[in-house]
Design a protein around this ligand. Structure first.
Ligand SMILES: [Ca+2]
Ligand SMILES: [Ca+2]
Length: 461
């Protein structure tokens, strides 16, 4: 932070350097004002075991070109903590309890070695009191994430006399906890030592949390058709179980199947009592998007064994998860007790969620069957279900557009890599067929001079 420029930005945001008003949104540090690593290192310093440099790695939604890279070494010492000290603010700032302390961070899977993984934003007031907000360094992805801490949730560390006066904040620091207290002798297994590289950017005060997602990933047309697993062992190399209550789930392959040779079979021994459920979760896959005009389809075979106890809690779930673990669900009860294969279709809008889901970057799915709501006296019951050919489809969109004296067929919502069939007729008796290989989501096709009639574009998933 070069104080000259920063002073100007604070004064513009706040009107003056003294008597700052609450509720001003402000950028505390975005690392844009440092010309070199040397400039950065003159302003920010680590107390130990870390090197700070400028990085061009920035979040998709950020406005700048620099972040701060932190190369940190975390030995297996009790309460190993590195403190990164920011320059003092050019003037005290006022933070309303309803505002948010927001930080961009890109984590590192190496933090899974940590015995106490936390990054805290510490804030000091003009009287020397300090407090903090914190969260674990992300470990499931090195993509940028956003932390939003409501200012009122500031906590008082053991060594601060009082929580800081949010109306008089003068300086920030980052505390990077890498190890906890260890065993009774303060011993931490040496294998917990690690080195990591994380990035931070855009420490700011906001009136509302910053919620944004990375650019959407390509669509994943085939979620799973269960043809690629040689046997149940291979299947369980990719799927794992999660059960609600005393329920036990067993997954295997079954044949015949409505698509190909194999389907997923779930044998679920529902436990006694209320709300028993069993589920199979996929492994994490490359991020994929669920476009808003897409439809998910799958085949489901239920089990009439559940019919006598079926109630509003007898439900099948198909869920998708984003990188933050936020889920969107399609739920249906109707076919859970039907022994026939049934094709289910659900549009984007038929999925529901209790969270804000990054539908452009989903990384996991889950099939789940809940047996019943029941009562405390409900007895255990086993049933078998089968699922096949989970896929996401998008209907292509066709339009005729004029380019000067010629006509062009504009094709949108295509799935790159998919082969489409374009059919044309003028009398619905005779059709001419052209194959269109989609290489992007939008393509054009020149309509031959003089050709009139109707066009149809489709693909077979
Ligand atoms: Ca920046
Ligand atoms: Ca199949």
């Amino acid at each position: 932070m070069k104080t000259t420029t920063k002073s100007v930005s604070v004064s513009i945001l706040c009107g003056c350097l003294f008597g700052l008003t609450a509720n001003a949104q402000m950028m505390i540090e975005n690392f844009e004002e440092y010309a070199s690593d040397t400039d950065l290192q003159a302003a920010w310093y680590p107390d130990m075991d870390a090197t700070l440099t400028l990085s061009p790695y920035v979040a998709y939604g950020s406005t700048g070109t620099n972040s701060m890279r932190v190369d940190i070494s975390v030995p297996a010492n009790a309460w190993q903590t590195t403190v990164l000290t920011a320059p003092a603010l050019p003037a005290p700032i006022v933070i309303s309890p309803t505002q948010y302390i927001t930080l961009r961070i890109a984590g590192d899977s190496q933090y899974t070695n940590s015995t106490f993984n936390m990054i805290y934003v510490y804030a000091w007031d003009g009287n020397g009191n300090f407090g903090r907000w914190g969260s674990a360094v992300p470990t499931t992805t090195t993509n940028w994430q956003v932390f939003n801490f409501q200012a009122s949730t500031v906590e008082k560390p053991w060594n601060s006399i009082a929580v800081p006066d949010l109306a008089n904040i003068v300086q920030f620091r980052f505390y990077l906890y890498g190890q906890g207290g260890g065993d009774i002798n303060g011993y931490i297994d040496p294998t917990n030592a690690f080195t990591a590289t994380i990035f931070v950017d855009e420490l700011q005060v906001r009136n509302a949390p910053l919620i944004e997602f990375p650019a959407p990933s390509p669509m994943r047309a085939k979620i799973d058709n269960f043809e690629e697993y040689a046997d149940a062992t291979a299947l369980l190399g990719f799927y794992h179980y999660v059960n609600g209550g005393p329920t036990t789930t067993t997954a295997s392959l079954t044949t015949p199947a409505p698509q190909g040779t194999n389907a997923l079979k779930l044998d679920i021994a529902f436990g006694a009592g209320q709300w028993p459920w069993g589920a199979a979760y996929s492994a994490y896959v490359a991020p994929f998007s669920f476009p808003t005009n897409a439809v998910v389809s799958l085949w489901l075979k239920g089990d009439p064994t559940l019919a006598p106890v079926a109630d509003s809690g007898t439900v099948f779930y198909l869920s998708f998860y984003d990188q933050g673990g936020n889920a969107m669900h399609f739920t249906t009860g109707a076919t859970v007790t039907n022994s026939q294969w049934t094709k289910l279709q659900a549009s984007y809008n038929q999925f529901w969620s209790g969270a804000v889901v990054d539908t452009g970057n989903l990384v996991q799915w889950r099939v789940l069957v809940e047996g019943w709501m029941g009562t405390a006296d409900s007895t255990a019951l086993s049933a078998s279900f089968a699922v096949d050919d989970i896929q996401i489809t998008v209907p292509p969109v066709l339009a005729v557009v004029r380019n000067g004296s010629t006509l062009t067929l504009q094709m949108d919502s295509l799935i790159p890599g998919t082969s489409y069939t374009l059919r044309q007729t003028s009398d619905f008796a005779q059709w001419t067929t052209t194959t269109i290989q989609a290489t992007s989501t939008s393509q054009t096709w020149p309509i031959p001079a003089g050709q009139k009639g109707f066009y149809q574009l489709f693909y077979t998933p």
